[in-house]
Design a protein around this ligand. Structure first.
Ligand SMILES: C[S@@+](CC[C@H](N)C(=O)[O-])C[C@H]1O[C@@H](n2cnc3c(N)ncnc32)[C@H](O)[C@@H]1O
Length: 203
């Protein structure tokens, strides 16, 4: 459960209108290579660490105002020049993103929406998953990590429905620090001894 929104968040976002998803313009990202997208960036640990490890242009989408603001502060203090964050829901930005071609799209510990009646809200629900993978370049990869057993099983099924090509499925993923970075949720779940699932797909 997320903490309540802090008082500094609204003034912070007002002073950073470039973070508003409404202002997203795909034009400056066209032709950028490599280009990476993280959907549900959270507090930014992954996108900051990953951008410091692997060169490229990173776009992070996060729909929660406070979480996005915390992530942005980290991006600024870490002096990450090629990381661009937007407060937006993926569905809202999908059409504008669709002119871009991503080398890797990351779904890190996406909200599991554990109730069956909420499964359409999951990022990997087939119609949304189809939209997500349509943003990948020819050899682009969708990299998914989750702690959640239900979301893992659901994603396997949805990937089959969408006709994705499975590159790898790991039920006890041990981080590869050369190519990957640990997220806030990942650190917490690993601390509790939970196995981490990781799936990699191409379209
Ligand atoms: C469980 S948290 C994980 C955060 C981070 N990725 C991590 O691994 O620590 C999931 C995050 O995704 C965001 N989120 C969920 N659905 C989203 C969507 N459709 N578009 C943008 N952000 C979304 C939520 O607001 C939340 O901050």
């Amino acid at each position: 459960m997320r903490a309540r929104k802090k008082k500094w968040v609204s003034p912070y976002l007002e002073s950073h209108p470039e973070l508003d998803g409404e202002s997203f313009d795909p034009a400056p990202f066209k032709g950028k290579s490599p280009l990476y997208l993280e959907i549900g960036t959270g507090k930014g640990d992954f996108i900051v660490a990953q951008s410091q490890k692997i060169e490229g242009t990173y776009i992070g989408l996060e729909r929660d105002e406070m979480v996005l603001s915390i992530a942005h502060k980290k991006v600024v203090s870490s002096e990450c020049k090629e990381v661009y964050l937007y407060r937006a829901d993926f569905d809202f930005l999908f059409e504008r993103l669709s002119g871009l071609s991503f080398d890797i799209i990351y779904l890190n510990f996406s909200d599991p929406w554990p109730k069956k009646r909420h499964e359409k809200r999951r990022l990997t629900f087939a119609p949304r998953l189809r939209n997500i993978v349509s943003l990948l370049s020819e050899k682009g990869e969708l990299r998914i990590k989750t702690d959640n057993d239900t979301l893992f099983e659901f994603t396997l099924e949805q990937a089959v429905e969408v006709g994705l090509h499975e590159v790898s499925v790991d039920k006890d993923y041990q981080t590869d620090s050369e190519t990957d970075s640990v997220t806030e949720y990942e650190a917490a779940w690993r601390g509790k001894g939970k196995n981490i699932y990781r799936m990699v797909y191409t379209k």
